[in-house]
Design a protein around this ligand. Structure first.
Ligand code: KG4
Ligand code: ZN
Length: 334
């Protein structure tokens, strides 16, 4: 049996998990700092780093306890070392180095986005490379061909805002609060997604994304309603915005499958917990004979189990890091 302890602190979740054999999640502890940051309307990096430092030790102890093992049974310590907020990454990385040294077990640095992709290996039915993976989170929007368990080829990414960032910004202009994704998801259930025809940045045949034009269109729409005295139906705005995002994400993911003749698609990242996206992707994949994989919402948003899963493949190949491992806020994928 192989046990990997993983630590994830790239943004505002302090998370630790123990995963057995890269597949079986024995514990997955997440402390979300969202209540601390929401009064500022977004994550305050300095506060995030300090809070990680405050509670990381407690979260790791809990993860080992809930897993029902002791630290001497661990085989490796994995940690996200990029991309993310510099101070937040360093908080987790420093702790992981200390822990790895203390228990005399190897250290494995993990790319956060690769971790998100690997969340798809933590469910009962898992994709087998090659598959197309859409990674849509608060900081990133990537379309990737997972060519192997450790080989990822980026075929498209956002040219401006990340998809989750667009959700958060639109939620803010609608006065819904932070984080916006889940709030828009909820409110959209009461709205008509066809009521406002927001633009879909689909024009070219590339797999790149752009969400800033859509965000501006929502702002312009609201502004026009205010100046002309038209009553704003927030649920309709939320649902129409969400539909515009979902249409683009689904169409580009399906195109990537068809053009590359790949019959498996996977979703990952915080936005993959969006209910409209999950339904639309399931419908579109069924129509085209593509098998779809989506982790449960708890494994779509930031967690450490996905980091342990990604680290397992490095462990198996004997690829470890030494204590000079650094944090890279802009670490590129592929
Ligand atoms: O993957 P994640 O937890 O953190 C990053 O790596 O960024 O993603 C967080 C993002 C936030 O922008 C949040 O608003 C969005 O995921 N999100 C959602 C939903 N749940 C979280 N967006 C749309 N619908 C949701 N249900
Ligand atoms: Zn993430």
């Amino acid at each position: 049996m192989n046990y990997i302890l993983a630590i994830e602190t790239s943004c505002d979740e302090t998370a630790a998990a123990v995963v057995a054999n890269g597949r079986e999640v024995l514990s997955n502890i997440i402390f979300s700092q969202v209540d601390i940051h929401k009064k500022y309307g977004g994550v305050v990096p300095e506060i995030a780093s300090r809070k990680h430092l405050d509670i990381i030790s407690q979260i790791v102890v809990e993860a080992i306890f809930v897993a029902g093992i002791t630290s001497d049974r661990l085989d490796a310590v994995a940690v996200t070392n990029g991309p993310g907020l510099a101070g937040a990454l360093l908080a987790g990385l420093s702790y992981a180095k200390g822990f790895s040294y203390a228990i005399n077990k190897p250290l494995i640095g993990v790319h956060h986005i690769e971790g998100h992709i690997c969340a798809n290996y933590l469910t009962e039915k898992t994709p087998e490379p090659p598959f197309i993976c859409l990674v849509a989170s608060g900081g990133h929007t990537h379309l990737v061909i997972a060519e192997g368990h450790t080989d990822y080829r980026v075929i498209g990414k956002t040219r401006d805002d990340a998809c989750g960032e667009a959700f958060d910004k639109v939620a803010r202009v609608l006065g819904l609060g932070y984080p916006g994704g889940p709030l828009i998801d909820e409110l959209s259930k009461e709205g008509d997604p066809c009521s406002i025809n927001f633009p879909r940045a689909m024009s070219d045949d590339s797999y790149n994304f752009s969400f800033s034009g859509l965000k501006s269109a929502v702002i312009n729409y609201l502004h026009k309603c205010e100046t002309t005295g038209v009553k704003i139906k927030k649920a309709d705005v939320a649902a129409s915005f969400q539909q515009a995002v979902v249409d683009v994400l689904v169409e580009k993911t399906i195109n990537a499958c068809m053009v590359n003749n790949i019959k498996q698609a996977a979703l990952s990242g915080g936005v993959a917990s969006n209910s409209a996206l999950r339904t639309a992707a399931a419908d579109a994949c069924e129509k085209r004979g593509i098998e779809l994989f989506i982790p449960p919402p708890s494994l779509c948003t930031d967690n450490a189990a996905m980091i342990a899963c990604r680290a397992f493949y490095e462990y198996r190949s004997g690829r470890f890091d030494d204590f000079s491992l650094n944090a890279y806020p802009g670490l590129a994928l592929g």
